[in-house]
Design a protein. Sequence first.
Lengths: 291, 347
Amino acid sequence: MNFALNKNFKLDRRIIYLLVALALSIPLIYKYSLTPARMHAADLLYDQVNQLKLEAGNIAFVSLDWGPSTIAENGAQSEVVIEHLLRKRVPFALFSTYALAESYLDSIPEKIIKRLTEEFPDQHWEYGKDWVNLGYKPGAGLLLQSLAKSENLVELFNKDANGTPLNQIEVFKNVKKLENISFLAQFTGLQGVFDMYVQFFQKTNYKPVFGHGCTSITIPEAFVYLDSGQISGLLEGIAGAAWYSQRLSQDNPKRSVDQGILINTGLGVAHLIIILLIIAGNLFALVAKRL
Amino acid sequence: MGGYRNILIRLVTFLGGIYFFLEFLLPEEINGFKFGTYHQQITNGFIVVGTMAFALGIINLLMAHGSKILYRRKGSLYSAALIIGMFVMLVVSIYDWRATSRDNQKTENLFNLASFALQINADDQAAKTNLLPIAQRTKILYDAVNQEIKTNENFEIDLINDQRKKNLANSYLEDYKNKLNQIENILNNSPESLVAQEIIPLNQNLAQNLNQAAVIKRKLLALIYEFSKVKAIYKILYEGLFTACGSAMFALLGFYIASAAFRAFRIRSMESAIMLTAATLVMLGQIPFGLWISEDLPTIRLWLLQVPSSAAFRAIKIGASVALLSMACRMWLSIESGSFAENKKEV
């Protein structure tokens, strides 16, 4: 294999891999960040969360249905929304219908709380009062159907991930039915999971404010639901998470740059390289044809 | 035998399908009859059956890869790595689960005693006659609580090497000790010398304090456990190895896409030219550099996604849903040929 552009204008694959690797890694290593592009759908979600005024006894639900393979996108999205909820002191419950997400249900809020505590040393956020981890719940679609039918969510979920009865946890004190869930944020990179929430996480005369975070490949599919009003806001891959993070930084000047913006910057460079490679590939093919 | 098996499988498939079909369609109540009365129990049953698939998966893995190792076929080294990795993770996870269960059991008594306190009150208010008097039952309760809280407990807070979490653990410990003091104050009352109207609020107060003490103790134990050796090994294997490898595997796609884009994406027709233009506009509209070219690129991207893309996806979704419905009906009625098809000969 030639290590460069040969006479047939075929570029060695290793050069392409090296270019992409440098594009993605340099911004992360040197913490170089650029202002992300404005994402209208992320703006919608941000404004919805900003305007959230939960009545006593109401709660937000955050569902992390993603695994290690989509951590770059879904992880960043989950972090920014959870951070926003913690800043606004909106009590929320974390759960997942995907077993591989189990460790993130603890690690992500802990990571955000650590950062917030550095920013606000005189404030603290407490497990049980500000958030609760319900853990991995098997059953997926069956669980969501049960949620809608349940007359008592405390009995349905019973205990948190640590085994503490939910009726002893302050966050769940007055939560009874699905109607007590004012806001639902669902993040996933899996096929078919999001559709179940749209289908089953509602009742007659009740629909929560629904925010969704998806991977880049499922953006066109998710836009259909945004357009029809079935979801109130959408985080489109890492770009959506980066713009949401930018909005958080605009409203909180002391906030430090987070991982989402750095990854988005690297991804932007990689996108440019891919566009240039496509153009170069077509030009080379044209020149090679004429020669 | 094969015939009966087929009939049984078809029958169970049909019954399972028709239950969920009717449960979804029918109103909640028809003439006082609630079709979904046992829905939760049936759902739990299906979840259990689904969980059995995990066990089947393990058996399958052992059979497929175990035979490769035993007969030293090509790839037996990779099979050995898989089996060893599976067992190591299984053992570590079991230790992790056991440790968490042990910690939970340490607080279970407190929750049970709190429930007993509330039960004493409820039984007295219901005027149940076949039980001991409230004062006597409360005395027994107080003795049990006394025994529970006097147990010497050693919380290994020094294991925590994160200062913020150590401070949190210390504050939990202080709260726990305060709760125990409050419980002791309640226990100083002598229930034999009190009437029911005085005992009931004391029991209520005791139950509340016991529950709160149990919650605090559980949070403290969970925090300490985070820094234990078992958890450290679990984190290295799960977060350090499994999560990292999983992300890396998915990340490889990015490199292949870049390489494939250069080598294979050729404009050979009008359609491919339109596709390339749309893709370029969408990509430029969502990256920071797009703004350097034009401020309108995000708006163009939004229009492309909201109008032509959504229209196409709606069509695809409806088509796919109709196909899925048709396939679901065929599977429900066992028309779809599968492992239990009639014409398949058993080996």
